[in-house]
Design a protein around this ligand. Structure first.
Ligand SMILES: Cc1cc2nc3c(=O)[nH]c(=O)nc-3n(C[C@H](O)[C@H](O)[C@H](O)COP(=O)(O)O)c2cc1C
Length: 245
């Protein structure tokens, strides 16, 4: 049977159906409550491939800026396991990330096994992250390949792709970096060995994922103001956009 956009469209919609909706948010300026916008736009991605994930139509997607604005570090989960479809979606978001020279210098280790999660948590030895890892239904260990000079920035982008794709499905996430330095180094070495990561590769960090235990309302993000992090033309020269305001 040839390419059938309608069946692919329907198939893709079924993979997008979120089991949870992200929390409603209150707009900082208007004080009105609104739910992240839902688009009905259909965007053709690739008509040549037969892969339902690449030959898909995007619909009902949360706006990217809404996802960025409402996603908060999520550390407590309701205990429900993530579906295979949702895990696949998160991994796909990582796989599709851009990378320097398209070297894709990354590898992902999916960990759902509670015994392995508990062993990893145990390596953190009393750090505040330890119970968080124990309480997560899913962790993904991000591994990078230092043979690419861009491996850390590329894998950081992977992490952000995964975070946003998860959040679109109502799944919260957080990095788990383990103990503070200098104890972090022994933890990282132990985790590297425990996960059997080859010696030439780099254990970047562990990300935990799950359906949030309670909905947190992102009134506004605790971030420095833009004018404290943006310059114009050269470092430290104020952006005229803010001077005019
Ligand atoms: C590289 C990185 C490492 C992080 N490590 C931890 C961690 O070890 N434990 C933790 O609870 N949160 C960790 N976080 C989450 C941050 O603390 C969180 O993103 C930040 O405080 C902002 O919180 P918010 O997103 O809820 O506004 C990490 C985030 C990043 C990007």
């Amino acid at each position: 049977m040839g390419f059938n956009p309608i069946s692919l469209f329907l198939e893709h919609i079924s993979t997008l159906a979120p089991s949870r909706q992200p929390a409603k948010i209150r707009s900082r300026n208007s004080e009105s409550i609104h739910t992240p916008r839902v688009t009905r736009r259909l965007v053709r991605v690739d008509s040549k491939s037969s892969d339902a994930f690449t030959s898909c139509w995007l619909t009902n997607a949360m706006q990217v800026f809404d996802a960025i604005s409402t996603d908060l570090a999520c550390r407590e989960f309701d205990g429900k396991p993530l579906s295979n479809e949702h895990i696949q979606r998160i991994l796909e978001a990582g796989r599709r990330c851009q990378s320097g020279k398209n070297l894709q210098p990354w590898h992902f280790i999916v960990i759902r096994d509670k015994a392995i999660l508990n062993r990893l948590a145990g390596l953190m030895k009393g750090d505040m992250d330890e119970p968080l890892v124990r309480g997560a239904p899913l962790a993904i260990a991000l591994v990078s390949d230092p043979s690419s000079e861009f491996h850390l920035i590329d894998t950081g982008r992977v992490a952000q792709n995964m975070t946003l794709a998860a959040w679109e499905l109502g799944i919260g996430s957080c990095f788990m970096s383990g103990p503070e330095p200098p104890e972090r180094e022994p933890y990282r070495k132990r985790a590297h060995d425990f996960l059997r990561i080859p010696a030439n590769l780099n254990f970047v960090d562990l990300m935990i994922f799950g359906y949030p235990k309670r909905s947190r309302v992102a009134k506004h993000k605790k971030r420095r103001d833009l004018d404290r992090m943006v310059s114009q033309d050269t470092f430290g020269k104020p952006l005229s956009l803010f001077q005019d305001a």
